[in-house]
Design a protein around this ligand. Sequence first.
Ligand code: PEP
Ligand code: MG
Length: 581
Amino acid sequence: MQRLTGIPVSPGVVVGRAVVLTGHADVVRFPIPPDRVEHELEQLDQARARSHAQLEEIRARLASGPGHDLAPLFDAQLLILDDSMFMGRARDIVRHERVNAAWAVHRAYEELCAVFATVEDPYLRERDSDLADVAGRIRMNLRRAGGWAADLLRDVDGPAVLIADELTASLAAQMDWSRVLGFATDAGGRTHHTAILARSLKVPAVVGLRDLSRRVSPGTAVVIDGTAGTVTLDPSPADIDDARRQAPARRRASTGAGPSAASVPAPTLTADGIAIRLEANLERLEDVPALLEAGAEGIGLFRSEFLLAERSPERLTEERQYEIYRELLTSVAPRRVTVRTFDLDERQLSRWAGRDRRDTRPGRRGLRLGLAHPDVLRTQLRALLRAAPLGQLRVMFPFVTSVEEMRMATAVVREVADELGRPGAVPVGAMVEVPSAALAADLLARESAFFTVGTNDLIQYTLAVDRTDERVSDLYEPLHPAVVRLLRLVRRAATRSKIDASVCGEMASDPAMIGLLIGLGFREFSMTPSAIPVARRLIQDVRAADARRTAGEVLRLATAADIEQHLFDALAAASRGSVPR
Ligand code: PEP
Ligand code: MG
């Protein structure tokens, strides 16, 4: 028996078997029973084969096109993929340590990185970025085959307690919380954010336990006392009895699939009866079943530029795009579909080999690029408008920075509609993801049928923080007063012009943020499909009237820390007297 003390953030006592997640939730580690080892190795082999085929395809495409000088780069990646030091080692780790394949790949990657770091030869040292790409690709292919954090709990008998190095918002949004009794984390920073998560989810939690996730073996019995702030590993039978006596009856709140896939789900109602629309962000047609299963009311953001991940712009003809949009619209009909025109920059457009999410230079991006390449924009719009009668389509422009741009873009839509004999066929909206668009939202609202707020870009451009640059990533703060005020501004402008405004960035799927967004007046959200069940459950507990009052108070606060503290206090006050499950 071992008792550790941390910071109590959400009260209540629970006892359960540990599920351990580490690696900042990007790569998770979990144990597998002996009879699953072969299955895990098979998954690994399939992911390797898929990665091989993808790399061969990219290399062949580049070799025959304008990017032929880049083709040899992929030879290095193929060599790494075939090297037994990498995949052979990952197989050994699965077999001997009985852990999931994604974790084994991560470990093998780290070991090889350490070797590369000691090599003198600069050419070889540079191969570590290829290694990172290959490891990332294998994990992506493993994820497609299942075995991701959200699936993890399915492999555990009965409810579990979650032990993590850090519980990120995106991981929290995807967990099946009906199967998690409570959680404890190593991280002590961002305490309030985690506390808001725990309180919103109504699970006991302790944070700031330093190296807890390294000390706990998966499957160990653990008592989490979120009132006293203690975590007991391998508790004695008396401790377990004691904990069970204190544990309140579990509220059976399923976060599983919502309504059946066939029926269009009704909006989710807040505790005081306000209707909230939940839609899904989608990158690929293949993800439509996930959206249906999650009970999304539509597609709030289809990132169409991902269509270019598998084909060059020349191959993405009007006809091919028409077929894709037709399939998209009909496969989710009668649900609404909002397609964002290609959000690319010039470099990506000319040498596409998977959108580089690390490149955040604004440059000529999104709508700017579309207007600079009217052929690309017109082709996409023709395909979209031709498909429009087959479902409920809305078209949205990314990275809008001015009224002029929006006017030019809507003029192109009108011209294309006229050419096709379908004037005014679809609502045309603007993404608000740049401070200039948010600050001029009242003006932009007159030119737009709807707004979709892209908080990912809005936060980074407002705060001048590249969210992928680790040196400043702690400054990427959704609760910065400037961000909260901009959101309020956009929502107000939309209300005054009587247009819809949804939120589609990561902030919408952060369980700690949804109450604030509702309080600011937002009634529509779009998020990764797996985050929808958790959001649905949380919304049912929010009283919009209270959320509005809290948002009003928050708008007067000067720092992100004050705002976080205030949101936490408001949640604690709301739950006072009611015992968390
Ligand atoms: C955003 O910026 O919030 C957004 C949803 O767009 P993306 O993440 O695709 O840039
Ligand atoms: Mg964006």
